[in-house]
Design a protein around this ligand. Structure first.
Ligand SMILES: [Zn+2]
Length: 204
């Protein structure tokens, strides 16, 4: 039987609550577990997050080897490589839920507020994309608000860029959740699900 998206998300939320309360179980972190999943992976969910060292996804959800299919890059960007990786997780590993996890004080988002920065061509491309996005969202002032809006927008972009993900959402076989990790409180705020209809007026 295929896993139910909402059940998987519930599991992630409970793992995060354990982490928050200081009672992480650190499951599946032994060498034995690694050998158990050596032959094949069956992760329960996928996460698109930032490469920031303060956002260790497995620890935040109290998970271990083989539990999460994690894609990270600077700025939690829905790049072609990220989209392809998440499509692989959904199509070939039957992952029923994707969390797009933005975070507080994201350096990539902050850089978008500073056009005077000297950046390499690759960095300039990422930051330029963020700058246009935030300008379009009307989030040119407040960094925290911009980080939240970006998480929502990255989730929306991810789904809108993929026929596979859109179809799975429509069929109810996939849920895509935007979330925001506060570095100070260490709490993840759940920002909402991406709705399957890209033409819907009520996006969230
Ligand atoms: Zn970041």
């Amino acid at each position: 039987m295929n896993p139910i998206p909402i059940e998987v998300l519930k599991e992630l939320r409970s793992g995060h609550e354990r982490f928050l309360s200081g009672f992480s179980r650190h499951p599946h972190s032994s060498r034995e577990r690694m050998l158990e999943v050596e032959g094949a992976q069956h992760p329960i969910a996928a996460v698109l997050g930032c490469a920031d060292s303060r956002v260790p996804v497995e620890l935040l959800f109290d998970t271990g080897f083989g539990d999460l299919f994690v894609v990270r890059n600077a700025g939690t960007m829905s790049t072609t490589a990220a989209i392809a990786s998440l499509e692989y997780a959904v199509a070939h590993l039957a992952v029923p839920a994707i969390v797009v996890l933005g975070h507080q004080r994201c350096g990539a988002v902050e850089a978008a507020f500073h056009p005077e920065l000297q950046l390499t061509p690759s960095l300039a491309q990422v930051v330029g994309q963020l700058r246009m996005e935030l300008f379009g969202l009307g989030a040119a002032e407040d960094l925290e608000e911009a980080c939240r809006l970006h998480a929502l927008n990255a989730a929306r972009n991810l789904v809108d860029s993929s026929v596979l993900l859109t179809d799975r959402l429509r069929e109810g076989r996939l849920q895509v959740e935007a979330a925001y990790y506060n570095l100070h409180t260490t709490r993840i705020d759940w920002l909402g699900s991406v709705l399957p209809n890209r033409f819907s007026k009520d996006l969230w």
